[in-house]
Design a protein around this ligand. Structure first.
Ligand SMILES: CC(=O)SCCNC(=O)CCNC(=O)[C@H](O)C(C)(C)COP(=O)(O)OP(=O)(O)OC[C@H]1O[C@@H](n2cnc3c(N)ncnc32)[C@H](O)[C@@H]1OP(=O)(O)O
Ligand SMILES: O=C([O-])CC(=O)C(=O)O
Length: 380
């Protein structure tokens, strides 16, 4: 047993996976051998889900069957909608509302059975399809209800991406918006053993069920060092804008105050995150189409300065922020949108974990007091 301490488990190999491969020095990401650039350009989110869950890209008929089957699972039970409404009334933060509602989905899942084998693959694929189909319905309903608007019922004839934007805004997105959003979902679907995925795996490794694993993962994604950073990026850019300061000066002041700049740095990438490259192009194109590239230009100025000053490059959260902002999406649902995509990766990793399970249980070096003499409470 090694006594070498690896804080944050940096670089520690804990599993084998056939899902995503990351080259942090080259800035390369592949899902099951396909580059993220090819998938973002050529495959829909549903297609990528099929790839992650089944190991191969689907044929056209397999994809049609998979996508339409998943589309029939979009509606959520009225009781869950009731909870979502209560949470919206209570002004709950979106990620907490999503975590609570997703946990409640298990009460209405036809395959949730405490006596069943939690590792059964066919059951988990069916549950996974339901979880993935219903998550956008929860996010869109929560967003509307807190604005005093009625939820919009899901439609089965729209793609996963278009249906979410339709439920959010009450109108069908145009092709450009659908495509940009679908690409964002593809880009966020999986990323090795990131913290939320690992959290799902730890939960699954105890033989807890899929809903428990996904609920754990949502909680883990919400933090500002992980998925929560996309919301923080946009809040920062809005602050920079409102301050009237030069973005570089603003960032310089923040660094001088010992603050971290959201959307920069990564545990694995030493260069620009390949997803940020694609999203920065989306952000620029959306700005050009709207005749206002202010957000893109501000982001580029900060990117150049961070590189020069700190040697840090943007991660996926940096350019997803302005992409969503220019699509008119409320800032505090950026992280729930991340969860809507990453749920596919969480489920795929949980399937792998169940398939070759061993309890995940590292250890800590004990540094507390030793040999203390116990004194009963009434004598202390
Ligand atoms: C989808 C995702 O989860 S992507 C990541 C999203 N998170 C963020 O964008 C939040 C900002 N980024 C960070 O906090 C970090 O880069 C993390 C958490 C992503 C990675 O952290 P780690 O691999 O643990 O690196 P660590 O925290 O040790 O940082 C190394 C050094 O870089 C600095 N650093 C890292 N990121 C940043 C940043 N965004 N701003 C300023 N300094 C930073 C640290 O202060 C540290 O410097 P020091 O050695 O002088 O103390
Ligand atoms: O891999 C990580 O540590 C964080 C990340 O980029 C992701 O989860 O997409």
């Amino acid at each position: 047993m090694s006594d070498e301490l690896k804080k944050g488990l940096e670089g520690v190999l804990v599993a084998e996976s056939g899902l995503s491969d990351i080259d942090g020095d080259e800035g390369r990401l592949v899902y099951r051998g396909y580059t993220i650039e090819d998938l973002a350009r050529g495959a829909s989110y549903e297609e990528v889900l099929y790839l992650l869950w089944n190991g191969e890209l689907p044929s056209e008929s397999e994809l049609d069957a998979f996508a339409s089957d998943m589309a029939t699972e979009r509606a959520v039970d009225d009781d869950v909608l009731g909870t979502v409404s209560d949470l919206a009334d209570a002004d709950e933060v979106p990620m907490a509302a999503v975590r609570t509602a997703v946990s409640e989905l298990s009460a209405f899942d036809p395959d949730a059975d405490e006596d069943a084998d939690p590792t059964d693959e066919a059951t988990n694929l069916a549950k996974g399809k339901r979880l993935t189909a219903k998550l956008p319905t929860i996010v869109a309903a929560f967003t509307r209800l807190r604005n005093g608007e009625e939820p919009v019922e899901p439609r089965e004839d729209l793609s996963h991406a278009a249906n979410f934007l339709y439920m959010l805004n009450g109108e069908e997105p145009d092709d450009v918006m659908e495509d940009v959003f679908d690409q964002a979902l593809v880009l966020h679907a999986d990323h090795g053993l990131n913290a939320s995925t690992f959290s799902a795996m730890v939960t699954a490794s105890t033989l807890a069920d899929l809903h428990s694993a996904v609920t754990s993962a949502i909680g883990t994604l919400s933090g500002s060092l992980h998925g929560g950073a996309n919301q923080n990026v946009m809040e920062m850019l809005n602050e920079v804008d409102a301050s009237g300061k030069d973005p570089v000066q603003w960032v310089d002041d923040a660094l001088d105050n010992g603050e971290r700049v959201a959307g920069f740095g990564h545990r694995v990438y030493n260069v620009k995150d390949p997803r940020a490259k694609i999203l920065s192009e989306q952000s620029e194109e959306l700005g050009e189409a709207a005749g206002d590239t202010k957000w893109y230009e501000m982001s580029v100025a900060i990117e150049e300065y961070m590189k020069e000053e700190k040697g840090l490059a943007p991660n996926v959260d940096f350019y997803s922020a302005t992409t969503y902002y220019q699509m008119g999406i409320p800032v505090d649902i950026y992280t729930p949108i991340f969860a809507m995509s990453r749920v596919g990766g969480w489920i795929a990793h949980v399937l792998e974990q169940y398939d070759d399970n061993r309890l995940i249980r590292p250890r800590a070096r004990y540094v507390g007091p030793k040999d203390q003499e116990f004194v009963p409470v009434d004598e202390r």
